[in-house]
Design a protein around this ligand. Sequence first.
Ligand code: HXC
Ligand code: NAP
Length: 260
Amino acid sequence: MNELNFENTSVFVAGGSSGINLAIAEAFAARGARLFLISRSEERVDAAVAGLRERGGEARGCAADVRDPAALEAAYLQATEWFGEIDVLISGAAGNFLAGALEMSCNAFKTVIDIDLLGTFNVLRCGHAFLRKPGASVLNISAPQAFNPTRYQVHACAAKAGVDMVTRVLAMEWGGHGIRINSLVPGPIGDTEGIRRLAPNEAALARMRETVPLRRLGSLAEVANMAMTLCSPLAGFVTGAVLTVDGGSSLQGGRDLKPE
Ligand code: HXC
Ligand code: NAP
């Protein structure tokens, strides 16, 4: 792996069939990496893999739910039989919806914790055996909810705060294996499912833009550029970091996301 040239680099993306995680996969593929994508829907994985290949990338994938360690294990075996040890592991599977605590069942809260937090632990725990040691880089995709208490987001706030702690603790435990682990925290990013869910109309979008010091939503490319940099030798001494790519929006603290 050489700076932002990712030839001979194997990248595994959990939750890679759409949005921010797929944009990160596309950016790596465009610079020569081999990509393996997983998400729950085989159809969506197949479509994402086909898109990467159409642009000249080397990609494969399979369906796997991050809540299911056995499915993850099978996916890692399939990936590493194809492309060898994993150089870059992106963990970004997540679920979200706007709901106050009294509007969500106990199972609704648990579902988001299971996908975002337990899923992240599963992806890293099951992935460890398949990571290049020394040399691998792991990137957890977090969210501003991890440190901004946000109404209607108790599930995501609790889950992503946990994700950032997984980042910090495993950076300490696995540093001796030559593995770096960081969290990337996108702010509101345009053209994503997350924003369609959390700012579902123009008024909500306008309010969201006002919370960003740069007064706009971020782009998929802006997140992907930071992801590539953090996972490259340019960031070789960076581990356990929680890095925002958010136009400064986290400087404004928590906020009310309810559309009306
Ligand atoms: C209240 C809800 C709900 C809602 C679902 N539930 N939607 N409760 N309000 N809007 C409840 C259900 O009733 C059920 O509880 C429980 O949640 C589980 O629902 P399922 O549909 O069975 O779960 P599952 O099939 O596992 O789907 C998970 C999901 C779904 C999170 C609910 O929306 C999903 O698959 N999302 C993936 C895509 C996504 O969310 N992308 C955005 C990520 S953005 P009961 O009690 O009835 O069983 C992000 C951060 C963005 O993470 C940050 C921007 C700044
Ligand atoms: P997205 O397109 O919905 O991406 C979520 C991905 O995770 C999808 O590929 C989905 O595919 C997969 N997934 C969901 N549940 C899964 C499970 N149980 N097992 C395996 N894969 C699963 O949403 P996005 O907005 O781009 O968000 C991507 C990441 O960025 C998330 O971690 C999110 O928290 C973070 N983020 C987003 C924003 C934003 O502005 N959008 C801001 C901050 C942080 P399947 O449906 O096929 O499973």
